[in-house]
Design a protein around this ligand. Structure first.
Ligand code: BGC
Length: 273
């Protein structure tokens, strides 16, 4: 039975207040218990380095360890509350449809089904930048903002979330725009800056090229810059000349965990046409 039909049949469920979120990154897999009323992580986050090679089976085992640890804490949610997991690839109906910066074995893997099986509890997987975007518009730098908000994460790659009037349009892959003959993230991600050993001024020039193009294509109301490098935003954001306000993310390294958990909870609500 398709998932949507199942949800309709099971009727309306209240959105849970406490949900486990897990953020899968290239170097670490981090989890936390999220209070969705506040958009905050309760207690310590739990992190395990990403296994190498990061095959689906190896990553699923680490996610299971993290969820088990968090789930055993007194403040953890009951087991029937689904876990929200973020993944750095296109995720459509739970299936990975790209593998730009992850082990190629992920391509076409049903990540939802794999994690649900290994964890023995409900799991919802969402693209990492989409999760960060959801968290920023609900609790952070984009709270209450109407119209088009773009959340762009600068990390190993470039992730993007497209949000309109608070609603996510999933899997918008703006890190892979082709600009000047290059896949944009190979020039303007945080890792591209480190790889090329360039300073903030030169990096700002690359970001200017990137964000001008994004602005031209989408005319957003607001651009929010996330990813680890957002804590250094004072070094490059003031250099950018755009007509759109561009500001750093507020949830920083919590955005993925919080947004993943939020999405898992939102999916319990029946969809309205
Ligand atoms: C992937 C995106 C992901 C982003 C950030 C890109 O290479 O294509 O799906 O959101 O990296 O991790």
């Amino acid at each position: 039975m398709p998932k949507d039909t199942e949800k309709k049949k099971s009727g309306k469920k209240a959105m849970p207040g406490i949900v486990i979120g897990v953020d899968i990154g290239g170097t670490g897999i981090k989890g936390g218990i999220v209070n969705l009323e506040k958009g905050e992580i309760v207690g310590e986050r739990f992190r395990i380095p990403t296994p190498k090679p990061s095959t689906p089976e190896a990553v699923a085992a680490v996610v299971a360890d993290i969820v088990q640890e968090l789930g055993s804490r007194p403040e953890g949610p009951p087991e029937d509350v689904p876990v929200g997991v973020t993944f750095p690839a296109i995720i459509q109906h739970g299936v990975a449809r790209s593998a730009a910066n992850v082990d190629k074995n992920w391509l076409n893997t049903d990540v939802d089904a794999l994690f649900t099986k290994v964890l023995g509890r409900g799991v919802h997987v969402i693209n990492d930048a989409d999760a960060a975007g959801l968290a920023e518009v609900r609790y952070g730098a984009g709270k209450g903002k109407l119209g088009t908000v773009l959340v762009i994460t600068l990390g190993t790659g470039i992730g993007s979330a497209f949000i309109f009037d608070g609603k996510l349009v999933p899997n918008v892959e703006l890190g892979h725009l082709e600009i000047d003959g290059h896949d944009a993230e190979t020039r303007a991600s945080a890792v591209a800056r480190e790889r090329d050993g360039i300073g903030w001024d030169e990096y700002a020039v690359r970001l200017q090229r990137y964000f001008s193009h994004v602005e031209f294509l989408f005319s957003p109301e607001l651009i929010i810059v996330g990813g680890g490098i957002s804590k250094r935003s004072a070094d490059y954001l003031p250099e950018l000349r755009l007509r759109t306000p561009i500001i750093p993310a507020q949830l920083r390294n919590q955005a993925g965990i919080v947004g993943g958990a939020l999405q898992a909870a939102l999916l319990l609500e029946p969809r309205k046409a």
